[in-house]
Design a protein around this ligand. Sequence first.
Ligand SMILES: C[S@@+](CC[C@H](N)C(=O)[O-])C[C@H]1O[C@@H](n2cnc3c(N)ncnc32)[C@H](O)[C@@H]1O
Length: 321
Amino acid sequence: MSLARATAPEGVPPLPPGPPYAASELMDWRGLRFNLPPGDERLPALADGGVEPSAPLANLAGAHAAWATWAEGMDFLDPQSPVADLKALEQALYLHHWAPWLGAVASPRPPRVLDLGGGIGRFTMPCLDAGWDVELVDPDLESLRRAVWHAAGRLGRLDVSWTTGERLPEGPAFDLVFAVEVFCYVEEPHAVLARVLSRLRPGGHVLFSVEARHGWAACGDAAPGTLEAFLDDQPVYAPGDRFVRTYTADDIHQLFVGGAGSGRRGAIEALLPTHYVLSGPFEAAAGPVDLPRLLDLEARLRGHRIAAPLNRAWTGVVRYD
Ligand SMILES: C[S@@+](CC[C@H](N)C(=O)[O-])C[C@H]1O[C@@H](n2cnc3c(N)ncnc32)[C@H](O)[C@@H]1O
């Protein structure tokens, strides 16, 4: 549901014309703990600390707990966050790989972008800075609040919706979709993709990343007790904390171009194994890196006979006719 439906006990500031709303006019929303009507009726209970009604929604229970215990790590767009630099480097890595597509978005008006499962807006912010229109959809309400706070004062226009990808709202067509680290967490990847494609214009692109099948188990943040999932090729499930559907290259082809039931023909224009270092199995051994060093290490690990299949993530681009 749009910011138009936001409420707060103390009332909400007036909105400029929209949606989407000029981010420059949202300064009075900074710090406001607004509420939104949920687009998925299961979300309020989870936001209150409830148990996940289905395994994939464990990520939302985990996010709720993390906001209570480690808000400074969750809000990494705050320059004071202890992981701000790391997350900025990861953002730069993604933007480096997607630069050719971001530079080629052609539209007679500011491009319309969907940031699906956009969290606190890591990819919303650069789009706003470019003057684009962004709809950020996420089932974690605290993330949406932070995204609005970080967006305030920027160039483009924003709206946010508190819902899951499965319940993506209706609206005008998007030119571009970011789905960064999202299809590994949703309940029904094919259903989510079909919803997204129902709002992607012909010739539009989906820029995506997902967790890879094999790299995660050797990483520093692997959940204790989940190694069986690696051995059995199953999703990673730690109740109340996380659920991760991991992908092989074949799984990615199957999801994005193998017949989502959407009637749209997709072509994968890029698919790269990434995150050998950042959040990956070689992070500790690599030590501190900047972007050029990171790109060099990733390229060499991608070509290494042992390391190659241990990527933590896949980063890709799909175009739909
Ligand atoms: C690892 S975070 C990535 C956030 C953001 N895309 C980024 O790259 O910074 C995963 C995000 O997916 C969201 N998510 C989880 N389940 C979802 C669902 N069913 N539909 C849409 N988003 C979902 C989470 O709330 C979270 O913000």
